[in-house]
Design a protein around this ligand. Structure first.
Ligand code: HSE
Length: 307
């Protein structure tokens, strides 16, 4: 195999209660990437379609992640990467993570799979470090593993793939403003009160239990964030109305997707997820904010081969 074309999914990080540890992959939103094995060593970004992003390997998240992988091999080959950027940077659905994860996943395939998924997460995290200043794994882990993932520990890295109930759908609305993850992290407090921590870890446990037992009501009750959302929601236009309308339309829960500005909701079944999308749109139509909406099943596979 000399060349591979892949789909690298968008992801929702945090999933309300799990800041920096929980994430899920989307099914129909993502980047397309073509990775070619070539004789000349090193990594070259040959083309980026759709967004104005750096082609220099050291300034590109896919390039940096690929170099991190190659540094741990004695590969005789080099790799050329072409990216069709379908996920807008700064949208809060793991744009940098998709490209980083896609690059390392494809190179691993072309090398005959010398690395396991947790190693690939570790390499892709270097792309996140470049993009946001922090090597968080809650977007790259679901992109690589598929479904829901939990980063149980960063040191040592321990990523767990969580059961994904089949009827779980995500609705995401992206108001057309850009929020840089680095800015959205800067405004956070560095300490949490014991009272809030108790609520938060109760919800993380509840969400994981709900996902395994496929108890949709428990999943809904657990989609609460007492730590990050109260601070970050001020960056997102009409956040409270979008959340209120989504729940009213039948969503199990609703919160900030990653560092925003996208807002996500989870629903049982596609019909409800579509209704939730309409309810979200109604809010932004009223206040005159442009948006994109995605309705997607949770993607259990992660990255997929297209050609
Ligand atoms: N956990 C990260 C954050 C995700 O919320 O800053 C960024 O997409």
């Amino acid at each position: 195999m000399e060349q591979i074309k892949i789909f690298a999914p968008a992801t929702i990080a945090n999933v309300s209660c799990g800041f920096d540890v929980l994430g899920l992959a989307l099914d129909n939103v993502g980047d397309e990437m073509t990775i070619k094995k070539v004789a000349q060593k090193g990594v070259t970004i040959t083309k980026i379609i759709g967004q104005d992003l750096p082609l220099e390997t050291h300034k590109n998240v896919a390039g940096v992640a690929a170099l991190a992988l190659l540094a741990e091999t004695d590969s005789e080959f080099g790799f050329e990467i072409e990216i069709n950027k379908r996920i807008k940077p700064g949208s809060g659905i793991g744009s940098s993570a998709a490209s980083s994860a896609g690059a390392v996943w494809a190179i691993n395939e072309l090398l005959g799979k010398p690395f396991g998924k947790t190693d690939l997460v570790r390499f892709a995290m270097e792309g996140e470090r470049l993009a946001t200043g922090v090597a968080h794994a809650d977007n790259v882990a679901p992109a690589l593993f598929g479904g829901f993932t939990l980063v149980r520990s960063y040191e040592p890295l321990d990523v767990i793939n969580i059961n994904t109930p089949s009827e779980l759908y995500a609705t995401v609305i992206h108001p057309q403003i850009e929020v840089k993850t680095s800015d959205a992290r800067e405004i956070l407090r560095t300490t949490v009160s014991l009272k809030d921590a108790i609520k938060q870890w109760g919800n993380v446990g509840g969400l994981i239990s709900g996902l395994y037992t496929e108890d949709y009501d428990l999943i809904g009750r657990s989609l609460e964030d007492h730590v990050i959302e109260p601070i970050r929601s001020i960056l997102i236009p009409a956040f409270d109305s979008v959340k209120k309308n989504s729940i009213k339309a039948g969503a199990l829960g609703c919160g900030i997707s990653g560092s925003g500005p996208s807002i996500f909701a989870l629903s049982k079944g596609e019909e409800t997820a579509l209704k939730v999308g309409e309810a979200m749109k109604a809010v932004y139509n009223k206040v005159g904010i442009e948006y994109d909406v995605h309705v997607s099943k949770v993607n259990k596979e992660g990255i997929k081969i297209l050609e």
